[in-house]
Design a protein around this ligand. Sequence first.
Ligand code: GDP
Length: 308
Amino acid sequence: ESLDKGLEKTKTSFFDQLSKAVVGKSTVDEEVLDDLESVLVHADVGIDTTVKVIDRIEKRVARDKYVGTSELDRILREEIADLLQKNDSGSTAVLERADREDSGGQPFVIMVVGVNGVGKTTTIGKLAHRFHSAGKKVVLGAADTFRAAAVDQLIIWGQRVGVPVISHGMNTDPASVAYDAVKKGVEMQADVVIIDTAGRLHNKVNLMNELSKIKRVMQKVIPDAPHEVLLVLDGSTGQNAFLQAKEFTKATEVSALAITKLDGTAKGGVVIGISDQLNVPVRYIGVGEKMTDLQLFDRRTFVDSLFS
Ligand code: GDP
């Protein structure tokens, strides 16, 4: 899976600024480090993570005495990839396997959360396609019942991918939709059930209550469901995505992240910041509107495509 196209804007911006930071310089000195700091902040890596990266490079420069600017790319890549290692749960993570064996012979249930407009429905469609193409039986549950568009769009995605969508229409009880979707998944011996939910972050208590009610109700069918809670974030909003992630992880237990819309933004560095700051692995990144524009996040591939 090549990321070069999906990350083009971030990459070009990174590359241009990095080139400016080192122009006419042969060694990595204070000034280069200062410039590098603003390059990282500008790419929405976030201040805390930027400081960590700069610290690491500073130490390295102090240790190695002479570090040429031609090596900066490589060093930056190594240090960032290394920094991201702690949240990298590898390619065999349960969410990617979505295996009945991981869920006691029952469907693997994924609850998808995130605020409106971040690309939640699209990501569910892409995930459905991903699992369906891998030969898995998928059921979708349209439990974002606050917006007619969300229900309709999920139904369209279901048709497009060729998987059933359980829906009771708009303004119905989201928990009841989730219950029926999980029940349908059991009856069909599905491998994966993906539940869309409404994400009204402005009312945190409501959000928490609603998400826990959805969980409680689906647990009447499968006691340890959901097996994953996937939070979808819009990467093109940069630091805003980061703030949302913080809020959501307070409202419910999030087990993995999907960061969308990285194709249209130069703020792709936010993935690095989020991945470093939150104790939740980034599992997928969205790099376009098509069914196939969802990639498994791999820190090395990601960092390599930003700096090469
Ligand atoms: P929701 O309200 O969170 O369910 O958001 P939608 O799934 O309806 O997506 C909102 C808009 O973002 C739609 O126009 C999608 O096509 C678009 N979108 C979603 N993911 C991506 C992505 O990875 N890249 C791009 N360019 N657009 C995306």
